[in-house]
Design a protein around this ligand. Structure first.
Ligand SMILES: [Zn+2]
Length: 114
């Protein structure tokens, strides 16, 4: 019986034989990748998307969060009535920021102020 081995398989078997003599007993080398992930803030950040595996500049969508409501309540208590206490709902810097991938629209993370 003749065993046919394709060239790429032979390369694998030869490499395995070569390494089995020197690397016996040692754990396989761990896969190490250096991925720089900038912490998500209120501004668009460069981040690697876990779904499409691309490094993208995230799209930011602002939405009212706990901090926005507390700021509104604080303004109301300080005398900002007649709608002036609703100013925080118009200011993006007082809202939470939701980062999404511009390619596949996956939510990459949410930056909450509180
Ligand atoms: Zn993506």
């Amino acid at each position: 019986m003749k065993l046919s081995v394709r060239p790429e398989q032979r390369y694998f078997f030869e490499n395995r034989r070569r390494h089995s003599s020197c690397c016996r007993g040692k754990p396989p080398p761990a896969f190490s990748a250096s991925i720089t992930v900038s912490p998500l803030g209120e501004n668009p950040a460069q981040i690697m998307c876990p779904k499409c595996h691309r490094t993208v500049l995230s799209e930011v969508e602002y939405s009212s969060g706990l901090f926005t409501y507390l700021f509104c309540g604080g303004l109301f208590l300080c005398g900002f009535v007649f709608g002036c206490c609703l100013i925080p709902f118009c200011v993006d810097r007082l809202k939470d920021a939701k980062h999404t991938c511009p390619t596949c629209k996956t939510v990459l993370g949410v930056y909450r102020r509180l």
